[in-house]
Design a protein around this ligand. Structure first.
Ligand code: TRP
Length: 336
């Protein structure tokens, strides 16, 4: 059975962008394939500590897992939920892969370049982050790794490391699918990227200071509706999906489609040519506040005990699978 694997960092409460761009597509994919694939959903908590964490990391981790359940993840015996730091093989394989990867290829990672800004005070974890991510993936022979477009470069790096390793030692790792195949498998034209409500050229981000730029998943639904009503649009006066020239309006159309699980094309044609941005905002505000009301109620209904039970099973499974793979790698290097 092939494996689909994904993780989402849980450094804080997540945004509507994380919900629509990551959680929701992942849950839909998992529910569609969980009869015929292993579905590994893990919390990369060791990746969290490369930067500041809002609040308590342990609480954030539990909340993130509840998010998946509240979005509607159906758990069967093929679905495995675990925390990275509870499976020591991740860090161990990371070290070994450090000795396979080159400074050159790791230094080229865009996220590292952006986050480090060339500063010597940047922690080594930020640099090494993609290698740990490669370990996360390769330990489980994952073929599909549904993630946002900002992570595609890390998948390519993972593929290169796996191929280099296999060339040297034989077929130990499954090489994950190419980015183009990942996109096809996810069934999206390219990564979904929900925009900042005030500056729609940018991605919606929890680290943006302005409150009205972002919708947090714990926002009061009425407050979220107000944020949509105050979203930046443009002065062209015609509703059209055009991310380049009309990113604000296009973002609203995108949100409307995703929240209602409607094809984007359908939403676009309903609104095409309309001139009243206020009407569109009102509709999207209703959709988003309805979704949040429903989501928050579901979230409140999930207990910590439920999560710990899933983790216990998931971590037993992941330690077995990852431990066996690590042993193969250790043998290849004559460490065992
Ligand atoms: N790097 C991912 C992010 O920041 C999180 C992550 C870590 C991940 N390891 C992974 C995602 C392995 C998929 C597979 O969003």
């Amino acid at each position: 059975m092939q494996t689909i694997l994904t993780g989402i960092r849980s450094n804080s409460v997540l945004t509507l962008g994380n919900y629509l761009g990551a959680l929701l597509p992942m849950v839909r994919l998992a529910n569609k394939h969980s009869e015929s694939y292993n579905i590994n959903i893990f919390v990369p908590d060791l990746h969290s500590i490369i930067s500041d964490v809002d609040g308590d990391l342990r609480e954030n981790i539990i909340r993130t897992i509840k998010y998946y359940l509240a979005v509607g993840l159906k758990v069967n015996e093929n679905v495995h939920i675990y925390r990275q730091s509870y499976v020591p093989a991740h860090s161990e394989l990371c070290w070994i892969l450090n000795c396979v990867a080159t400074m050159g290829e790791t230094s080229r990672m865009i996220q590292y370049k952006e986050k480090s800004k060339g500063q010597e005070s940047c922690n080594v974890g930020i640099f090494d982050y993609p290698i740990l991510m490669a370990a996360d993936i390769l330990l489980y022979d994952a073929t599909y790794v549904p993630i946002g477009e900002d992570q595609f470069q890390h998948i390519e790096l993972t593929r290169n490391l796996a191929m280099r390793f296999n060339n040297r030692f034989g077929e130990i790792f499954t090489v994950p699918a190419k980015t183009s195949e990942q996109i096809k498998f996810m069934g999206v034209s390219d990564g979904i990227r929900i925009r900042d409500l005030l500056n729609p050229e940018k991605k919606m981000s929890k680290s943006t200071k302005a409150e009205n730029s972002k919708i947090m998943l714990d926002d009061e639904p009425a407050k979220a509706a107000k944020k949509i009503m105050s979203a930046t649009t443009d002065s062209l006066g015609k509703i059209k999906f055009d991310m380049f020239n009309q990113p604000g309006v296009s973002n609203l159309l995108q949100i409307e489609a995703l929240v209602n699980d409607a094809p984007l094309q359908d939403v676009i044609s309903v609104w095409a040519g309309e001139t009243r941005y206020g009407e569109l905002k009102k509709k999207v505000a209703e959709s988003v506040s309805g979704m949040l009301t429903d989501f928050q109620a579901k979230l409140a209904g999930i207990s910590d005990e439920q999560v710990y039970e899933l983790l216990e099973n998931g971590e037993k499974y992941s330690n077995e699978v990852a431990g066996a793979k690590l042993l193969e790698v250790q043998k290849a290097f004559h460490l065992r």
